[in-house]
Design a protein around this ligand. Structure first.
Ligand SMILES: [Zn+2]
Length: 370
């Protein structure tokens, strides 16, 4: 078994829980946020920055690495860890989200999905077996089964057919996965916004006994209340012994709400993507550093933030860098945003361990909504 989840403490008032996830490249303290390194790099951050930020695990994208540089090259380099000089845990997604997002550029069949590259239009084919071959070559500690993440809204019929195919594909992924000693394959629960379909998907996926379970198909454009309703319905069906991963969620309020509902792992491009637009995340909400009103503001992004950026740079300077498209501006705001989210996760974990989570959650949520 490549990974093992160890439950340390449950919140008496909510579903929140703190634990340890033991992986081949080290132990992760959960709940955790995973910065996204799409092309084997968390944009503008080198591994030294990520370690300074105490990032414990990062995510990388199978679809993108398959197209560039190609999984065979990564394999020849000794796997993703060696290739990108990151010796801590890595999770790779299945490419399903990207492939299904291609719209007219892809065709779905039972066997798999034919698609055209978003880069040069070249034709490719992903099946569960092919995705396992790629993820095995990349060598991440945690790998995801090939699934369909359906759009929102989707009809009941579509959601049902899709989740049933996702279950069949999950079985094929499990059969094709060649490196079970060093890579843990997670199954993904789908079913759109329909509770009975979520139940059906959960029962099917759980029957395959994956070492970890993801809740997929959320944060795809639905109102947040819908996402929380589906989480409340779905998470209690997942056994306590399995890590639970909510895919594609990274706003501070959704992290608080997700942990509150028993989620252990999150990933999202949000903190790094908005940083490159000159937007910072703070405990009171987003701060658009590039706005003219900060031109002569010589205070840090967030008063009281202990990160390297807030200790050394002003809003005025960061705004100047962003306005001039200077790489340092993107880097510094990315650094602060990741620091902020990783600190939020650590604070939540500490509050759970101290039996204080409900109080922490309420005061943090109130502040964000200011
Ligand atoms: Zn800061």
């Amino acid at each position: 078994m490549a990974i093992k989840y160890e439950l340390l403490k449950e919140c008496p008032d909510t579903k929140a829980r703190a634990g340890l996830l033991h992986t081949p490249h080290g132990t992760i303290e959960t709940p955790i946020f995973m910065p996204v390194g799409t092309l084997a790099t968390v944009k503008t951050m080198d591994p030294r920055d990520l370690k300074e930020l105490n990032a414990q695990i990062i995510l990388s994208n199978t679809y993108h690495l398959y197209l560039r540089p190609g999984h065979e090259i990564v394999k020849q380099a000794g796997g993703l860890h060696d290739f990108m000089n990151w010796d801590r845990p890595i999770l790779t997604d299945s490419g399903g989200f990207q492939v299904f997002s291609l719209g007219d550029l892809r065709k779905i069949k039972e066997e798999g999905v034919t698609f055209r590259s978003h880069i040069d239009g070249s034709k490719h084919f992903f099946s569960p077996e092919k995705v396992m071959e790629i993820e095995n070559a990349l060598g991440a500690d945690i790998i995801m089964a090939f699934d369909e993440c359906i759009p929102y809204p989707a009809t009941y019929e579509y959601a049902k057919n899709s989740l049933e195919r996702t279950t069949r594909w999950a079985k094929r992924c499990k059969d094709a996965h060649k490196n079970t000693d060093n890579q843990a394959l997670f199954g993904i629960i789908q079913g759109g916004m329909y509770e009975d379909l979520r139940t059906q998907s959960a029962e099917d996926i759980l029957s395959l006994d994956f070492p970890g379970i993801a809740v997929g198909g959320l944060s795809v454009g639905e109102p947040k209340d819908e996402m929380y309703r589906i989480l409340e319905h779905t998470v209690p069906m997942i056994p306590q012994s399995k890590p639970r991963y909510l895919m594609g969620v990274g706003s501070a309020d959704a992290l608080l709400e997700g942990v509150n509902r028993g989620i252990d792992m999150f990933d999202c491009v949000l903190p790094t993507r908005i940083a490159r637009n000159g937007t910072a995340m703070t405990a009171t909400g987003r701060l658009v550093v590039r706005n003219a009103k900060y031109a002569k503001d010589f205070t840090p992004i967030e008063e009281g933030c202990k990160c390297y950026v807030c200790r050394n740079y002003t809003r005025a300077y960061l705004r100047h860098l962003i306005k001039c498209n200077e790489i340092l501006g993107f880097k510094l705001i990315t650094y602060h945003n990741l620091y902020y989210l990783l600190r939020l996760m650590r604070d939540m974990r500490l509050a759970i361990l101290e039996g204080n989570f409900l109080h922490f959650y309420k005061s943090a949520i109130d502040k964000i909504k200011l």
